[in-house]
Every structure is written in structure tokens, then in C-alpha cells.
Write a protein of this length. Structure first.
Length: 475
């Protein structure tokens, strides 16, 4: 009876369009749950509503003492929301608390087997203990090879996901945790060859769909990653790679082409999101192998610490420098790359390129980016940016770095202070791609203000909440 009432009310209200559907579901679930409680019944999704209500005050079941193996600032604590879900990349959370995660099936470190089922995973906590007790996989099977991707987003009541060389759209039914119909292709033909085949994306006002197309090479060299090889000039790769492309999330059947390029000179923007002001932000993975390719120009220490990783405010028509320039955070400026005649100091054509909004240590590999939109963390976190660093492989002779989540405070559209480490300990005893226990990859904020962190090494997802004086946290 409750299910029938739920469907009938939504049928009447969803005529306003997909944007209304998500709000409609949340309102209906709350009302129907209350009615069901009076009759001793359990309404659909009532567990999600109860979980959200309990976590709003963060008074539900205590977090484990070790926070699922990570360290957090005092007052924060974490549960392992889900484990072994696959190569977990970006996530998004519905108003009812359902978490959707995209899992890339291309490679599993340590020979871990690919999970059975589809590459997209829906997770739901129906008991309010901070742990998902419902898991549904959908989409093409990860065991078919090369399926999945990084990007996932919600827009106008629908779920959008990266699937190899496409962005697809799933209709989300009101009474099911996962879609029950095949997706519609929104954009196809995204480049997949060479380095950086992932296409994370963000959806902005009016359905503007911003898609990353990462570079196919390290620095557009005539011979890629070969010592002393000059760069192609002009770099023809920029026609279809190393930038952000813009499409329309409201339309199907679009095809990737050079005509939709929105911004250029961004080597690989795995972290991409819309900020509180409506501006587009993206992280940039800096280039590799300055010392290995140009030992006469760069010491081993410079190769370890250059170039800086970047957070960019991306504007239409902007050129952010790659491959001609890289950002030297010791000089606080873009400098000319050695492939294009640079010597570590010359600026040249880089004077006209767009500088980053914030910078971070070299080779940390920023993979996830989200602005904190909740109201359950202390006020200083609200409107600031969290960035998940996947971790380096090429900081020798020094130790590898990253494998953490940092926080950047913001005032309006710009940072108001330096970054600080928020969550750490993911890697365990050794920070290296093969030996790390976990590698942070995706971030999402739930409707209850919780921060979700994904790991694409072992497939773990943490749910971080603030408990304040109630305890939690480990430093």
C-alpha cells in the first residue's frame, strides 16, 4: 500500500520535469515513511531517510577507533562505507543518500580480480550506521574488459556516467536503487589512445557538460618520453587532447570534435567540478621526467619537486600552458619547458598563459575535487575545496608523496590560505603505486554533510563525519 501511494504521488508531481524528481523523491520518502511508521510498516527508502536524520546530528553508531585505517583532524571520524567494490573512481550522492560510483576496469593492481557485474555501483545504507548494506551493480560487465571510466554526475534527475569513449545518461526510477533500462548516449567518440584515456566531467548551469580529454603524451615530444627529444611545435595534439570540451547534457547523439574545445593547455584534468560561484574548476597533473629527459638542465632534486600540481579556475578560451610551459612554484610562475627551448628560468611565450589558482607538491596526482556544500563540518570548511591525491610514482630520489586528501580554504572564488592535509594514512607502510594499501581517487559530499572518499586500489569507500566534542578523529 505504501509503495502504491509513493508511485501515485510521484506520478502527479514529476510532470514538472527531471529537476523536480529528486526533490520530489526526498519529500515523498519522508512523508510516506512517517505514515508507514504509524502503521508498523516500512516504507521504501525509509532507511535512507532515517539515516540522513540521524547523521544530521552525527549521533548514530560510533566510528571505529581506527577510522577505517586513515587519520583525520580531531573531531572527525570515518566508517568504511563499502569495501572491495572494484576500481572505484568518482562518486555522486542522491538526496536520499544513495551513492553511485564509477569503477574503471582497465587494470587492477596486485592482480586483484575484477568484480562480477556492471561497472557502475549503487550503494545504500538503510540502517544509519555509516555502512552500505545494499549494493547493486549495473551497466556493462567489468569482466568483458576495458569497460567503465572515472566520471559520474547527477543532472535533471538523471545519472550521467563515463563509459569508455562515451558519456551516457541513465534515467533513475523512483522506486529502484539502480536504473532498469539501457542508457542513452550523450557524447561519443572521446579519444582513448596513449596516456590519460579517462574522461571525467562536470555539469554546470543549464546543462553545460564539461569533459576532460587528457594528453596522449608527457610533453608532446617528437619521441615521447625520450631524453633530449624536442617538442612538436605547434603541438597538434592540442586539437583533440589536453583540454576541456563543452557539450550539452540535455541532448543525445553528440560527437566529439575539435569544435567543442572550451579551454586548452591542461595536461590531464581528473579532478573537475563546479564551484559554489558557478565557476568551473579542474586539477592538472603536471608533466614528468624533467631530470630524466634533460639531465644537463635539472638536478635530481629539481626533478623530484617540479613541476607543481595545479588547481585551475577554467575559463572559456583559456590556455593553461601545456606542453609549452610548466609551473615552478619556487619561482611562482610559469616557465618555458625544455622541449621548447627553456632552460629552467626562461618565461618566453608562457607570459601569456593562465596561472593556477593554487599549487601543490609535484607528482602527487590530483584525482578528486569537490567543494564542501554541507553544513555539518565546522564553518571554516564550508565553501572550501577538498582534493584527493592518488599518489606519485616518480619522486625519486626522495620518498613518494601524496596518497592523501587535502583541504583548501576559499573566500568567494579564490583560496584564502594554504592547503592542509585533511585525511592521510591511505597507503599504509609504503607509498608506492604497487605497494600502497589504498589510493584516494574520488570525493563526494552527501546531503547530510558527510564526505565520501573512494580508493581505486582496493575498492574502499570511506564516509567521514564531524562529531566535535563527541570524539572521533586521530590527531
Amino acid at each position: 500500500m505504501v509503495v502504491s501511494a509513493f508511485k501515485e504521488i510521484e506520478k502527479m508531481m514529476t510532470s514538472r520535469g527531471g529537476a523536480q524528481r529528486l526533490l520530489t523523491r526526498a519529500v515523498i520518502v519522508t512523508a510516506v515513511a512517517a505514515s508507514a511508521c504509524q502503521r508498523g510498516e516500512r516504507a521504501p527508502d525509509s532507511g535512507d531517510t532515517a539515516a540522513a536524520a540521524r547523521s544530521a546530528g552525527d549521533t548514530s553508531a560510533a566510528c571505529p577507533a581506527d577510522n577505517g585505517g586513515i587519520t583525520l583532524p580531531t573531531g572527525f571520524c570515518a566508517t568504511v562505507f563499502a569495501d572491495t567494490v572494484g576500481h572505484a573512481r568518482h562518486m555522486v550522492v542522491l538526496p536520499n543518500g544513495t551513492v553511485y560510483v564509477n569503477t574503471w576496469s582497465g587494470r587492477y593492481y596486485g592482480n586483484a580480480p575484477a568484480p562480477r557485474g556492471g561497472f557502475l555501483v549503487a550503494l545504500r545504507d538503510t540502517t544509519g550506521d555509516g555502512v552500505a548494506d545494499v549494493r547493486v551493480r549495473f551497466g556493462d560487465s567489468v569482466r568483458s574488459g576495458g569497460i567503465g571510466g572515472t566520471g559520474v554526475a547527477l543532472y535533471d534527475g538523471d545519472l550521467f556516467a563515463e563509459a569508455n569513449d562515451k558519456i551516457v545518461r541513465y534515467d533513475l526510477p523512483a522506486d529502484a536503487i539502480a536504473p532498469n533500462a539501457s542508457p542513452t548516449t550523450v557524447v561519443s567518440g572521446l579519444p582513448m589512445t596513449g596516456d590519460h584515456p579517462a574522461h571525467p566531467f562536470a555539469i554546470g548551469s543549464g546543462g553545460a557538460l564539461y569533459v576532460n580529454s587528457g594528453s596522449a603524451t608527457n610533453a608532446c615530444g617528437v619521441r615521447d618520453r625520450t631524453p633530449g627529444s624536442p617538442g612538436r611545435d605547434p603541438c597538434t595534439e592540442l586539437t583533440t587532447r589536453a583540454g576541456i570540451w563543452r557539450y550539452d547534457a540535455n541532448r543525445g547523439g553528440q560527437t566529439f570534435s575539435p569544435a567543442e574545445r572550451f579551454a586548452t593547455g591542461i595536461r590531464n584534468a581528473i579532478g573537475i567540478t563546479i564551484g559554489p560561484s558557478g565557476a568551473l574548476y579542474a586539477t592538472q597533473h603536471g608533466r614528468d621526467q624533467l631530470t630524466e629527459s634533460w639531465p644537463a638542465l635539472y638536478t635530481a632534486e629539481q626533478g623530484q619537486n617540479l613541476p607543481a600540481e595545479e588547481l585551475l579556475q577554467v575559463e572559456e578560451g583559456g590556455d593553461y600552458g601545456w606542453p609549452y610551459c610548466y609551473y615552478d612554484d619556487t619561482k611562482r610562475q610559469l616557465v618555458l619547458a625544455p622541449e621548447y627551448g627553456g632552460n629552467g628560468s626562461d618565461i618566453g611565450r608562457c607570459a601569456s598563459m593562465r596561472a593556477p589558482t593554487a599549487t601543490f607538491p609535484a607528482h602527487w596526482a590530483p584525482n578528486g575535487l569537490v567543494f564542501y556544500s554541507g553544513d555539518r563540518f565546522p564553518a571554516r570548511y564550508r565553501g572550501g575545496a577538498f582534493i584527493a591525491f592518488h599518489g606519485s610514482w616518480n619522486r625519486a630520489p626522495g620518498p613518494q608523496g601524496g596518497y592523501n586528501v587535502v583541504f583548501v580554504p576559499f573566500s568567494g572564488a579564490t583560496p584564502s590560505g594554504p592547503f592542509e592535509t585533511f585525511a592521510d594514512g591511505f597507503a599504509g607502510p609504503e607509498k608506492s603505486p604497487d605497494r600502497a594499501a589504498h589510493r584516494p581517487s574520488g570525493l563526494a559530499v552527501g546531503p547530510d554533510g558527510a564526505l565520501y572518499i573512494s580508493d581505486d586500489k582496493a575498492g574502499r569507500i570511506w564516509r567521514v563525519v564531524y562529531r566535535g566534542a563527541q570524539g572521533g578523529g586521530s590527531r
